[in-house]
Design a protein around this ligand. Structure first.
Ligand code: ATP
Ligand code: MG
Length: 347
């Protein structure tokens, strides 16, 4: 079977280091591995509108920001189709047919949707569109017959839902759809990078992010304000690693060679952790090191972004062309779906 990737991000803000660690970095590696026949990377504006329907300007203005982040991290429009979800109207049509295959109680059980409803304060007034976004996400994945969906672990319940819909469709109608698999980052700290405030997940909607395009001075301030161990008051106090955001970020980003360049008195992260837990190592020193590590990763990305920002219309045109190609594929799948459902009257 052909190996095909579909994944994407909501244009609710610029992309942050959580996206980079959890998905973007791996996408670029997969793109360059040459193992995949087709790669579709979608900016999910229609999904973003499900909880930002009253703020269309926010969604619109972040389309080019996300595209700039993609390309500055190394997504290459020659190798990956970059497109905007709403441009491919076939996705909406597929969503409507898939709705018949999902029960209300099944949607209510989705733990990610439950958590997001709480975070957005929707408890008593959940927009139906938001509640059903896992179904629309299934349409996005299956329209391209994606086999592989590189995501952070908050997306696992969505992929599970997609697999169930595929099985239900194929057994009710005909073997048209492909069951996708989630592909998580190999590094545990990258599965769900916490916010700088120590909350469970860095998220655009929570305002606890280090954005890929933040000015280095802002990144320094954010790193220096990061949540560590509240019990680690004096330098001599033994420090805790558990729940210590600075060390989680080091787990996600730091490699041995960073020590040679920025903190040569330690050979590796294990030694640094050892000193911290014994006591005698201050937070400021660890944070300065983290800042150096992050900037080493982000500097080339930011330089590329500054270049790309000079011609935003060219970036938008890339999304347009990617959308035209994405529509061709989605239209084929939709035709097969309608045939299987016996609603292809005039073919
Ligand atoms: P929003 O708050 O609008 O939902 P978000 O920050 O959660 O935004 P999404 O666009 O929903 O970002 O997520 C895009 C992709 O990035 C998904 O694959 C998701 O798993 C991954 N991702 C998002 N935040 C993190 C994080 N903190 N750590 C690891 N992966 C993440
Ligand atoms: Mg999200």
């Amino acid at each position: 079977m052909k190996k095909i990737i579909l994944t994407g991000d909501r244009p609710t803000g610029k992309l942050h280091v959580g996206h980079y660690a959890g998905s973007l970095k791996q996408r670029v590696e997969l793109q360059n591995s040459g193992e995949f026949e087709d790669i579709y990377i979608m900016i999910a504006d229609a999904q973003a509108l499900t909880d930002n329907f009253d703020n269309p300007e926010k969604v619109r203005s972040n389309i080019s920001e996300v595209a700039l982040d993609y390309m500055s991290c190394g997504l290459d429009p020659q190798k990956s189709n970059l497109f905007i979800q709403s441009y491919v109207s076939e996705l909406t049509e597929l969503t409507f047919y898939y709705m018949n295959l999902v029960t209300l109680s099944r949607l209510k059980r989705n733990p990610t949707v439950k958590a997001e409803i709480g975070l957005r304060g929707f408890n008593t007034s959940i927009p139906v569109g938001f509640f059903t976004y896992p179904i629309s996400q299934t349409a996005d994945i299956t329209a391209f017959k994606a086999t592989t969906v590189p995501v952070g672990d908050d997306q696992l319940p969505m992929i599970e839902q997609a697999r169930e819909i595929v099985r239900s469709f194929n057994s009710t109608y005909d073997e048209v759809l492909v069951e996708p698999q989630a592909l998580l980052p190999g590094n545990e700290a990258c599965l769900r990078l916490p916010g700088i405030d120590g909350t469970a997940k860095m998220s655009k909607s929570l305002g606890n992010c280090i954005y890929l395009s933040d000015h280095p001075d802002d990144i320094r301030k954010k790193v220096m304000s990061m949540y560590t161990d509240p019990g680690h008051i004096r330098v001599d106090d033994p420090g805790k690693l558990e729940g210590n955001t600075v060390f989680t970020y080091l787990d996600a980003f730091c490699r041995d060679e960073h020590f040679e360049r920025h903190l040569p008195e330690y050979a590796n992260l294990e030694e640094l952790k050892g000193h911290y837990t014994r006591g005698g190592l201050g937070d400021v020193k660890v944070k300065k090191f983290l800042y150096a590590v992050l900037m080493e990763e982000l500097e080339p990305i930011q330089a590329k972004r500054h270049e790309l920002e000079k011609d935003v219309p060219a970036v938008m045109e890339i999304l347009h062309q990617g959308g035209i190609r994405a529509r061709e594929t989605a239209a084929k799948t939709l035709a097969e779906v309608k045939h299987a459902m016996k609603i292809d009257y005039f073919e």
